[in-house]
Design a protein. Structure first.
Length: 303
């Protein structure tokens, strides 16, 4: 009988790719959704409502593994006080729902795997390479990720193996950062942002999904893992590489920081700052990234 993986946030960019990979690897998939959807041969849908703290407990009872991807998009809207609260609560309350369902039903699953972000290391620039034991930052991104992970750690208190995937910039065709950039670069109008010196730890969508699969299969995985390539890519390097693949050399000057800040407010720190991170921990377990070259990764997506 196929083992079942319950995914929250399964209809999103990462969730869709991950669902396909899990099915190809012999799992059945269940997805928590706010809206009622029709089941398919490989995917079952269960309703939940985080705001009203409702979850169909059958989704948890039928699961062998749970992957938690749900949460308000950090880069979706300007960071007003209300928006910041929604970003944090969407992560804490959604995990709390799952925790309560597990605890009340005394349900033991093989592993709980939660998304997190390299934002835990802070919205700062600098040459330091951040490892999983690097002290978290006290800015908004750092605090958000700490609360996110603290909520996930409650699952481990139920004697369930818990893994936290600290994700960098995810490169994929259908959504995310590249989707916003490609129209600009396709018109030969791409340019570096701000100083261009900020690091951009990235990961190909395929490698990220394979890392989640590894977290299910590898019982040695527990705790936090960085999901990003440490190749010292800066925003300038990224921009020049993307332009090269499109077929031109960047000719415009860097977009000034103040223009980005005017348009995005405090949220501009997402693209104006960036730290290097190490992937040593996951690689020492035997995981191998298929895409370690930025040019190869971008080419596989664009061409």
């Amino acid at each position: 009988m196929k083992k079942n993986v319950l995914i929250s946030g399964g209809s999103g960019f990462v969730g869709k790719h991950l669902t396909d990979l899990l099915i190809k690897n012999g799992f059945s998939v269940s997805i928590l959704s706010r809206n009622q959807q029709q089941n398919t041969a490989d995917v079952s849908y269960y309703q939940w409502d985080v705001d009203n703290q409702y979850i169909d407990e059958k989704s948890v009872l039928n699961a062998n593994f749970i992957i938690h991807l749900a949460g308000e998009n950090i880069a979706g809207e300007r960071w007003t006080t209300k928006r910041k609260k929604a970003i944090i609560q969407s992560r804490e309350l959604s995990i709390q729902l799952i925790y309560d369902a597990l605890k009340i039903n005394n349900k033991k699953i093989e592993a709980f795997v939660s998304a997190s972000g390299i934002g835990i290391y802070g919205a700062v620039n600098g040459p330091e390479i951040c490892h999983e034991d690097t002290i978290p930052a006290n800015d908004f991104l750092g605090i958000t990720c700490q609360k996110w992970e603290a909520a996930a750690d409650k699952i481990s208190d139920l004697n369930i193996r818990t893994v936290k995937i600290r994700t960098g910039l995810v490169l994929g065709k259908e959504d995310g950062f590249l989707k916003k950039l490609m129209p600009i670069f396709n018109f030969y109008l791409g340019a570096a942002l701000g100083s261009g010196k900020q690091y951009m730890p990235w990961i190909h969508i395929d490698d990220l999904c394979r890392m989640y699969l590894e977290a299910l299969n590898n019982t040695k995985m527990s705790g936090a893992y960085n999901a990003a390539i440490n190749d010292n890519t800066t925003n300038t390097i990224f921009s020049k590489t993307l332009a090269k693949i499109v077929g031109y050399s960047i000719w415009l000057p860097n977009v000034p920081e103040f223009i980005i800040q005017l348009g995005m407010g405090e949220m501009a720190q997402i693209i104006l700052t960036g730290r290097r991170v190490s992937s040593d921990k996951i690689e020492k377990l035997g995981f191998q990234f298929e895409f370690k070259s930025l040019e190869v990764a971008l080419s596989s997506i664009i061409n």
